[in-house]
Write a protein that binds this ligand. Sequence first.
Ligand SMILES: [Zn+2]
Length: 318
Amino acid sequence: MSAERAGPPVRVTGVTTLPDRRLLLVHAHPDDESIGTGATMAHYAAAGAHVTLVTCTLGEEGEIHVPELTQLCAAEADQLGGYRIGELAAACAALGVTDHRFLGGAGRYRDSGMMGLATNDHPRAFWRADLDEAARHLLEVIREVRPQVVITYDPNGFYGHPDHIQAHRVAMRGVELAAAEGIAPDKVYWTAMPRSVLDAGLEAFTESSDNPFAGIDDVDELPFGTPDAQIAARIDATEQHAGKEAAMRAHATQIPANSWLYSIAGNFGAEFMGVEYFTLAVGAKGPGAGPYGWEDDLFAGLGLDGPDRAPVAAAGLR
Ligand SMILES: [Zn+2]
């Protein structure tokens, strides 16, 4: 961090020493953290970095895959959001992540449901949230933990869900507000899936009876997929594949126990669960390897791995 960065003094409510490396993830619903970035979260938590997860909604509009819990749904008891707080807590425990918050507090923003549904217009729908107000909630977290690295989605929310698009906007606006105070994170990454990995998956599953790509002939038909040359980082956290799978299984209302996600994991082993990819939206790419110079560490190039660096004082954790 440059000492010359301008801005008003940062409000500090108590001083706690945090680890040198601090990673902040902004996700839309409980389960997105585990499916999209669970291995990376577990990898950095196990390595002693401080990992903070901010989840923007409770996922009230999710489908329920546990028969005895279907009456929790939005149209009936409308208790799914509260239930999913417990699922998320169990998932974080499986990932070794201890710092988890909901944006603006649990229940501040509601799951907007899929694009175009009436749930988009609920008064608390995250899709309708005032961007600056929501970003200020995130700014409070940034002030407190001072992450060098932020992870969120690309402008299409990876696959177009309104809450994912909004999470992207709020994260990027929050980073802008932090920059205005002189506490900008050094890097912002967006989750991504390389075209080559999708091509290989399409190829591998053509003959499968349990084909997640059924009806898809070409990767171009998918709502995601990034040219390999645009990928910035490949995080190999295969050592954490079991933790990621356990975290996903903690979201039992959302991911059926017989999901293709688990059968793919069985076929492809640890790599499917344990390797995650990112594009770099803000900051300078560090040193990497391979034809496209992919980083193998999100903190690459930040100079945080020297042994003599003094601990960083940041605002107290709740
Ligand atoms: Zn989601």
